[in-house]
Design a protein around this ligand. Structure first.
Ligand code: SAJ
Length: 435
């Protein structure tokens, strides 16, 4: 591969990060092979469609597939650059141990086609030391190749860790515009990785070593978790003291050096609620604040459920609308969602009294089966339910005028709906709630 020829690129794992990355690299003119274990995903992408929701991704993927720049397969092929974007979940040991088996499996596949001059980039969120583990695996599988950091002379292969830091709903924009940390096993590896990212990243690329880049990714999400935990702890203290936490935060944030985040029903998603544990696992005695923050944010979910249960038990006749299932506002991602956990917990306890409003869902998730709970639309909820449990600050919910919620007993975990005092409004409300 010379400097001006476009390298062929293999992206391993076509999920929320891998597919947008593959599409953006292809848009930059590099021929991309997308590798995925799911035949459905491969088939979907090869007909120019997508299997995930992300703003503008459908048009981009169909365009690069049509131009022959992106092709999906379950079979690896020789390429010049390999980008690994596979999941790193917890092991099933109940200890929240990071499980890097998918990363190592990707390494085993890549080893079979690796040739001198190739570049391997790990993007999956990983515990510190994983990039070196990947290198050691490759060294064992391909003793014919000189691997970086092991060979005294110039290695045949470059390996780097380059985490993503994109926000769902803005992935394409952030993949292009955010700064990147580029952690090489050696400085030469970092330079090679940087040259690759410069093909499609407009943000700045900051070069470091692989271990620092791995830790940087974990630290970014732990930082946010700790700050959200502060807000969530305040909200539980405020509940106990009978204070309005939103008012306290609003006023405290008028201080020039205070900027408290917003409490919610807990922290969801597959990054912020997971990644801090990778730090705790690596340094359990030292990572005390990070562990405490995780515990506070998890405790907040149970606090919300218990508070909602108490409200419903105190008002046994009322139908209840749970507003939102997504793990945060304006996305259709229901994985690891506190809102979903709370709504499902209420459905199991109160059955058909529970209605769920979620503009991003066409059906309730499986754990609602047999509970009697049902998915209804926003207007029906406002017309027929006497209790509102506000769980997700979707724009569609923010836009509901106070008048339309008038008389509903409101438990607002997001601080977007002030409780609306006043008499019960519509004459049919009580009839409807008893139907
Ligand atoms: N949340 C609050 N209060 C807040 C902010 C967020 O309760 O003030 C909750 C949200 O409702 C949600 C959770 O936190 O349940 C996480 O949402 P988020 O918007 O903070 O983050 P994610 O998980 O969508 O994306 C994060 C981002 N990391 C940081 O902001 C440091 C993103 O940049 C990363 O790329 C992503 O994790 C990832 O993939 O690691």
């Amino acid at each position: 591969m010379t400097n001006d020829t476009k390298p062929s690129v293999c992206v391993v794992g076509l999920g929320y990060i891998g597919l947008p990355t593959a599409a953006i690299v292809a848009r930059a003119g590099c021929p991309v092979l997308g590798l995925d274990v799911s035949p459905d995903v491969v088939e979907t992408i090869n007909r120019g469609a997508i299997h995930i929701e992300e703003v503008d991704l459908d048009g981009l993927v169909s365009g690069v597939v049509q131009r022959g720049l992106l092709r999906a397969s379950s079979q690896i092929e020789p390429c010049d650059v390999f980008v690994v974007a596979v999941p790193t979940p917890f092991a099933r040991d109940g200890e929240r141990t990071p499980d890097v088996a998918h990363v190592l499996a990707a390494g085993t596949e890549i080893a079979a086609v690796l040739k001198p001059g190739d570049l391997i980039i790990l993007e999956s969120t990983c515990p510190v030391g994983t990039t070196e583990r990947l290198r050691d695996l490759l060294a064992g599988l391909r003793p014919d190749l000189k691997l970086p950091g092991l060979a005294a002379d110039t290695p045949d292969i470059a390996i780097a860790y380059c985490p993503e830091r994109v926000l769902p709903g803005r992935i394409l924009e952030e993949l292009t515009n955010n700064d990147r940390s580029i952690g090489g096993i050696t400085p030469r590896c970092a330079r090679k990785a940087m040259a690759f990212y410069k093909r499609f990243v407009r943000g700045e690329c900051w070069v470091t070593d692989a271990r620092s880049a791995e830790m940087t990714k974990l630290v970014e999400n732990a930082y946010r978790d700790v700050n959200i935990a502060f807000a969530n702890e305040l909200s539980m203290i405020a509940d106990k003291l009978g204070l309005d936490v939103w008012e306290v935060i609003r006023l405290a944030n008028r201080h020039p050096r205070v900027d408290i985040l917003q409490p919610g029903p807990g922290v969801g998603g597959h990054c912020i609620a997971v990644d801090p544990w990778f730090i705790v696992h690596g340094a359990p005695d030292e990572a005390r604040l990070i562990r405490a923050a995780r515990e506070v944010n998890d405790r907040k979910i149970r606090h919300v459920l218990a508070s909602a249960v108490a409200l419903l038990e105190a008002h046994p006749g009322e139908r209840v609308a749970c507003f939102g299932l997504a793990f945060k506002a304006n996305i259709d991602d229901f994985r690891e969602s506190p809102a979903r956990f709370v709504a499902a917990g209420l459905a199991r306890k109160f059955g058909a009294r529970i209605k769920v409003v979620e503009p991003f869902a066409s059906a309730l998730p499986r754990e609602f089966d047999g509970t009697g709970a049902e998915l209804i639309d926003l207007d029906a909820a406002l017309e027929t339910c006497g209790i509102a449990i506000m769980l997700v600050d979707h724009d569609a919910f923010r836009a509901v005028p106070a008048d339309e919620r008038r008389g509903m007993l409101t438990y607002d975990t997001r601080g977007i709906w002030k409780p609306s005092p006043g008499p019960r409004p519509r004459p049919n409300l009580r009839l409807a709630s008893r139907a």
